[in-house]
Design a protein around this ligand. Structure first.
Ligand code: NAP
Ligand code: HSE
Length: 452
């Protein structure tokens, strides 16, 4: 007779402890949505998830998401060094304390999940080296394009490709501002107030308005696609402060919409690349021209797939929380032993090999079409002077529209050009500044004609 078998002891599910450093727009979104989906995630993944605590500057601040006071700390160490915590979400922003927090957690081999594009852009190389040295993980899907899974797409779905162009709208605040100004005729300041209230704007809003946030994100994409950390000095970084309601209307007269774009181009034959972020005119019928409000849209042109465009919410609590939670799920899989590790030494070696084969193009190698808007004194020969300078720089004009400004002795003269080098346009601008009948420096915007 066989002996009766002892009942098998049910295996305890693996405990995952999670701490959040920074409990503002994004941090609260992550806590709120994780609390709501925790049970379902636990049963799907076979783990027990514990939300251990958060860290803030001001523990008494009123917040939309309420949690017990005992779980709110002001010392990041209380979260990072807690032995129950294996995943730390760095959602505080900035590049000083956030760097210390990140390295302290990585040195303990923990998982860090971040939405902090400024930090990655400035200190990515150091952070990734710490990952590789100490065996932790660093995941940052939320750092670019909010809820759009662009980093996963580059690393996984589109990995077969070499990208000649990655271009898109990657700052939600700028897109929200330009869209509402155009569609509702609202003033910049009015729309900016709404963007702040909705949680789209960075704590330092000049990062959004001056194009720096888009630059940070573009640098991350360029690193993932081309293995190069592009220094600020080799890029064109412009924001949207100079764009007026009038410009938005004039652009439409030419058949374009104004969008704030990031454009990363790689010329494989010449071995160079360019990275720029700026407001640009896009033909009305293109997909990117129709990406509105807080939405982001990124078109990637790869040698195998052709052009693929991803569109989704680029900022705000829920979209960003969605990306952070996606990373949490990947981290849990890894903690359970799945063979997942992004940024191994082998990854880093392959990125640096890739990056060593490309240089940044000079201004005389970058060709673009431009739109120019001049305010001119109403005097004979004024536009002739403008055209003389354009001819001197071999800049060829494709279209012109002239507007009278009734009741004044001024006119607005707008024109578009055929492709010319950035260097030629810079020379022309220097000369325009010296003409006394040009009443202010002309507004110069690039014209971008994407694949689809
Ligand atoms: P936020 O609303 O300003 O929240 C920042 C949080 O960090 C606050 O809770 C703040 O505490 C805390 N904090 C700041 N410095 C701290 C310090 N030295 N010690 C402890 N706590 C500190 O910012 P957010 O919009 O959530 O953005 C967070 C990060 O996500 C940033 O890197 C941002 O670029 C990125 N991001 C934001 C969005 C978005 O749509 N908002 C989208 C994608 C990525 P107090 O609350 O006490 O002040
Ligand atoms: N301030 C950023 C934006 C948040 O408006 O795009 C998302 O990264």
């Amino acid at each position: 007779m066989r002996k009766p078998q002892k009942p098998q002891q049910a295996q305890q599910p693996l405990k995952i402890g999670l701490g959040i450093i920074g409990f503002g727009t994004v941090g609260q979104g992550v806590w709120k949505h994780l609390s709501a989906s925790k049970k379902a995630m636990e049963s799907r993944m076979g783990v027990k998830i514990e939300l251990i605590g958060v860290c803030v500057r001001d523990p008494e601040k009123k917040r939309g998401v309420q949690i017990p006071r005992t779980q709110i700390h002001t010392d990041p160490g209380a979260i990072i060094d807690d032995p129950r915590v294996n995943i730390i979400c760095e959602l505080m922003g900035g590049t000083t304390t956030a760097l210390d927090v990140t390295l302290r957690a990585l040195h303990q081999g923990k998982v860090v999940i971040s939405a902090n594009k400024a930090l990655i852009c400035e200190h990515g190389a150091r952070i990734f080296a710490a990952v590789s040295k100490h065996g932790g993980q660093y995941l940052f899907e939320a750092s670019v394009a909010g809820g759009v899974p662009i980093i996963k797409s580059l690393r996984e779905g589109l990995v077969a490709n070499r990208f000649s162009e990655i271009a898109g709208i990657i700052n939600g605040t700028c897109n929200y501002l330009l869209t509402r100004m155009e569609k509702e005729g609202l003033a910049y300041e009015t729309v900016l107030r709404d963007a702040r209230r909705l949680g789209y704007v960075e704590a330092d809003e000049s990062l959004d308005l001056d194009g720096v946030d888009a630059y940070h994100k573009a640098v991350i994409l360029a690193f993932l696609a081309h293995g190069k950390w592009v220094p600020r000095a080799s890029t064109l970084v412009e924001g949207i402060r100079a764009v007026t309601l009038e410009d938005i209307q004039r652009a439409r007269d030419f058949g374009y919409r104004i969008k704030h774009l990031a454009v990363i181009r790689r010329n494989f034959a010449k071995g160079h690349m360019t990275l720029g972020v700026y407001p640009a005119l896009i033909p009305l019928d293109k997909v990117l021209a129709r990406v509105d409000g807080v939405y982001n849209g990124i078109s990637l042109t790869g040698d195998v797939v052709g052009t693929t465009t991803l569109v989704g919410r680029g900022a705000g609590q829920d979209a960003t929380a969605s990306a952070v939670i996606g990373d949490i799920v990947d981290a849990i899989r890894a903690l359970k032993g799945a063979a997942f590790k992004f940024l191994t030494q082998a990854d880093l070696d392959s990125y640096s090999a890739l990056g060593s084969t490309v240089r940044m193009a000079g201004l005389d190698e970058i060709q673009t079409s431009f739109y120019l808007r001049f305010r001119l004194r109403d005097k004979h020969g004024v536009s002739a002077e403008v055209y003389r300078i354009l001819a001197e720089e071999k800049i060829s004009v494709s279209r012109v529209i002239q507007y009278e400004n009734p009741g004044t002795r001024e006119g607005t003269h707008t024109l578009s050009t055929y492709p010319v080098t950035e260097a030629a346009m810079e020379n022309a601008l220097r000369k325009f500044r010296k003409i006394r009948t040009v009443l202010e420096p002309p507004l110069v915007l690039r014209i971008f004609n994407p694949e689809n």
